[in-house]
Structures are given as structure tokens and as C-alpha cells.
Design a protein around this ligand. Structure first.
Ligand SMILES: Nc1nc(=O)c2c([nH]1)NC[C@@H]1CN(c3ccc(C(=O)N[C@@H](CCC(=O)O)C(=O)O)cc3)C=[N+]21
Length: 282
């Protein structure tokens, strides 16, 4: 969609084109008696996490895939969570495993992520998955970072030689998207809560990726005229990390929230699960 000279980056369009390409692959798997299956694990009862997990399951069903939901109480121990993950690792009907982040504070989330078998790590959360992504040969890079790259590719927005400023360094978003942009020949600055003069750094960016988790954090006057703005924020109430209207004024291209990065994240998860089913079989 073009709004004046502005390109509104439509995540639903990118997601639809990705899902269209999966239809034939799913059909061929089913002819072999294999239905791609994503197992989702939700710990606790955070309502927005429950919504995201439900959306992931529904997206599987719409494409003729299956999803297996594992729900554990907020008082689950790290050991019990890891035991549940090991069961899914062994289950031949499961091709991909997604442990919804965040888990309750008393759980060692990193230890739980590491329990996911690399062959089923469709969400790119393990250390091995992260390292493969850093070296540029991961089958399953983290879904939101991969979604950001897919949006840039779909709209043929150049990355090589550009200065990308990523705001946020989380293990499944800021850090992996920084390395993916680096591998695509961007010059990358990764900013975080201890960065001094964040606004000055963002003003130098050709590509801004907001992954902080603070509603409307990125201000319009931080955006260099013509910059590409990607909002990977998902705050309660479907609010992004970018002050959209103000940033739109300066940006050449921008993702809205909702209908930006979110739907592409889900399409990426489906694509990875189909790929895992092709590799693992039934
Ligand atoms: N292990 C793990 N992997 C994740 O990939 C992961 C996670 N944990 N924890 C939470 C975040 C968040 N996330 C979203 C995915 C889709 C939308 C999405 O599709 N949102 C819709 C709107 C949502 C609605 O309508 O309620 C949109 O932006 O258009 C949002 C957020 C994945 N995450």
C-alpha cells in the first residue's frame, strides 16, 4: 500500500504470499501420510500470551496442519517444564516445538529453551540455533527476526551498505535480528537500556528496528528523513514500540501494528514447521 510517497509495509500481504507457497508442500506431505504438527507450550495464564498461542494454533489449522497445545500451570517447575519438552522431543508426530516467552520468573527459561531438540527448534531459541543463524546457515532462525528480513525482502528494500539501528538485544529478537542484518551486509548498531544518546544513534539510521517492549517509545524526530522503520513491538492492547503517526511523517517505509511484523512472524513459524516435517517425516 502506498500512501503519498510512503510505503506502508503490509504484513498480511507478506504472510499471505508465504502461506500460499506452503499449500503445495503441505499437500505433498499429506500424500506421504505426514501432517505437519506444531506443539505449543504455554506456562501460566498471561492473557496476551494465551492469545498469541491460540493464534498460532489457529493459523496451523487454517493451512491443514495440526497443533498440539500443552498448558502448564504458573507454578510449574523448571524440571517439570523440561520433562514436558523432552516428551515432545520424543513424540514422532510432533515436528516443531514452541515454548511461549515469557515464562514465569521462577522458571529458568534459558534451560527450558535448551531442552528443545535442535531438529524441532522451529522458533530458533536454542544456543545451537542462535549460533547457526549467526554463521548464516540456520534452518530455523528466530521467527520475528526472520519475519523482519522477509518483509524487507518482499518489498525489495536494500540492506547492503545501509546503517541499521536495532533497539533491543533480547535473545530471540534484538540480538538475532542484529546478526541477520549484519549477514545481509548492513552496518549494525545494537542499542539497549544502557545506550547513551539513543536518539542521536537512531537519527543516523537508514533502517530502524524497534524491539524494546515499550509502547510508542520511538519518537518521530528520531527518524532520519527517508528511513525504513520496522516496529517489532507487541505491547498490551496491540500497541507497537513506535509512535506510528509521528514516525510515518519522516519514514519512507514503515510497518504498522497490528498487521505489520506479527502476521509474518506466524507465517514464518508455519514455514519452519513445514520444513521440519519435510526433514523429519512421520
Ligand atoms: N517463543 C516465542 N516465540 C515468539 O515468536 C513469540 C513469543 N515467544 N512470545 C511473544 C512474541 C509475540 N509474538 C507475536 C506473534 C504474532 C503477533 C500478531 O500476529 N499480531 C497481530 C495482531 C494480534 C491480535 O489481533 O490480537 C498483528 O500484529 O497484526 C503478535 C505477536 C510472537 N512472540
Amino acid at each position: 500500500m502506498v500512501n503519498g510517497e510512503k510505503l506502508i509495509l503490509d504484513g498480511n500481504a507478506v504472510a499471505d504470499s508465504m502461506k500460499l507457497q506452503l499449500e503445495g508442500r503441505i499437500k505433498r506431505l499429506k500424500e506421504r501420510g505426514i501432517t505437519p504438527c506444531l506443539a505449543t507450550i504455554l506456562v501460566g495464564d498471561d492473557p496476551s500470551s494465551a492469545t498469541y498461542v491460540r493464534m498460532k494454533g489457529n493459523a496451523c489449522k487454517r493451512l491443514g496442519m495440526t497443533s498440539m497445545r500443552v498448558e502448564l500451570s504458573a507454578s510449574t517447575t523448571t524440571e517439570a517444564l523440561i520433562a514436558a519438552i523432552r516428551e515432545l522431543n520424543e513424540d514422532r508426530s510432533v515436528h516443531g516445538i514452541l515454548l511461549q516467552h515469557p515464562v514465569p520468573h521462577h522458571i529458568d527459561e534459558r534451560a527450558a529453551f535448551e531442552a528443545i531438540a535442535i531438529a524441532k527448534d522451529v522458533d530458533g531459541v536454542t544456543a545451537v540455533g542462535y549460533a547457526q543463524n549467526a554463521f548464516g546457515y540456520a534452518d530455523y532462525p528466530s521467527c520475528t527476526p526472520a519475519a523482519i528480513m522477509a518483509i524487507l525482502a518482499y518489498y525489495q528494500l536494500p540492506i547492503g551498505g545501509k546503517h541499521a539501528v536495532v533497539i533491543g538485544r533480547s535473545p530471540i529478537l534484538g540480538k538475532p535480528v542484529s546478526v541477520m542484518l549484519l549477514n545481509a551486509d548492513a552496518t549494525v548498531t545494537t542499542c539497549h537500556s544502557r545506550t547513551s544518546d539513543l536518539a542521536a544513534l537512531v537519527r543516523m539510521a537508514d533502517i530502524v528496528v524497534a524491539a524494546v517492549g515499550k509502547p510508542k517509545f520511538v519518537q518521530g524526530d528520531w527518524i532520519k528523513p527517508g528511513a525504513v522503520v520496522i516496529d517489532a513491538g507487541y505491547n498490551p492492547g496491540n500497541v507497537g514500540d513506535v509512535d506510528y503517526e509521528a514516525c510515518l511523517a519522516n519514514a519512507s517505509a514503515i510497518t504498522p501494528v497490528p498487521t505489520g511484523v506479527g502476521p509474518v512472524t506466524i507465517a514464518t513459524l508455519l514455514k519452519h514447521t513445514v520444513h521440519a516435517a519435510e526433514k523429519l517425516g512421520g
